[in-house]
Design a protein around this ligand. Structure first.
Ligand SMILES: Nc1ncnc2c1ncn2[C@@H]1O[C@H](COP(=O)(O)OP(=O)(O)OP(=O)(O)O)[C@@H](O)[C@H]1O
Ligand SMILES: [Mg+2]
Length: 241
């Protein structure tokens, strides 16, 4: 279990909180909300990367974090080195076997073991960052926009992984802008202006319109209904402010 009690964390002019919530073990919790609402800050607080200015974080859980920027997960020359670091203490043959299993569970090629993590594509990095987070066998996995930039195969891989983690009673906190994944959530949290606007079941979130308000794809539908301008009209509009 992870509990935030009236946590406040300031980042420049932005104030996160006061935020209180209990994240129960074994649940899949999805966090939504507009850009800049404080979703990443929430995971930074839970992971201990951001120390609250006030309030309390109570946690005995082992936590792994796949950050919004996948590159933040990597710091060693090869993918095998990254796994060796996450799996330090394991025998060499055992370590390689676990790394291979984790790669295949994220539909990643075994050839990546000897490549630089930085040389992979955006979607591959995204999945590798999750594989590395899983290596330390966490109680809670924090996933910041892990669905973004994935193709259909990657999306299905991640969906399957979420189902497996749920069966294994691992806690997952996933930040997402994709409503198609909400069917796998036990609980939805909606953030706005650094605060918790809503928490409850996915169906209640839909019923109360929070999903519609938060998701980019519905906003993009609004954009589609705007008149389509030619490039010269766009430039003209920009010139005129
Ligand atoms: N290191 C920092 N220094 C100053 N301000 C910061 C810092 N990190 C984040 N912020 C501010 O905190 C606010 C919340 O940021 P956060 O990254 O938590 O938002 P988010 O909900 O994850 O947004 P997004 O959907 O765009 O990822 C933003 O307004 C941002 O400008
Ligand atoms: Mg973010």
């Amino acid at each position: 279990m992870i509990e935030l009690k009236s946590v406040i964390a300031r980042r420049g002019s932005f104030t996160f909180g006061p935020f209180s919530h209990r994240f129960e073990k074994g649940r899949t919790i999805m966090v939504m909300g507009e850009n800049g609402a404080g979703k990443t800050t929430l995971l930074d607080v839970i992971s201990g990367m951001t120390i609250p200015d006030s309030g309390e974080l109570v946690s005995s859980a082992r936590i792994s974090y796949a950050p919004q920027e996948s590159d933040d997960s990597f710091f060693l020359p090869t993918v095998l080195d990254e796994f060796s670091y996450s799996l330090r203490g394991k025998r060499k043959d055992e370590l390689k076997e676990i790394a291979q299993k984790l790669l295949s569970s994220l539909s990643l090629s075994q050839e990546f073991l000897f490549k630089s993590p930085f040389s992979l594509s955006g979607g591959e990095k995204r999945l590798l960052s999750i594989a590395l987070a899983l290596a330390s066998d966490p109680d809670f996995l924090l996933l910041d926009e892990s669905l973004s930039g994935l193709d259909y195969k990657g999306y299905k891989t991640l969906r399957n992984l979420l189902v497996i983690l749920h069966k294994e009673k691992k806690g997952v906190i996933l930040i997402t802008h994709d409503p198609s994944i909400l069917d796998l959530a036990d609980e939805v949290i909606v953030m706005r202006n650094g605060q918790k606007e809503f928490s409850g079941s996915p169906s209640l979130a839909m019923e109360k319109d929070f999903v519609e308000k938060s998701f980019t794809y519905l906003k993009s539908m609004e954009l589609f209904s705007m008149p389509i301008l030619s490039m010269s009209e766009l430039i003209e509009r920009r010139r005129n402010g």
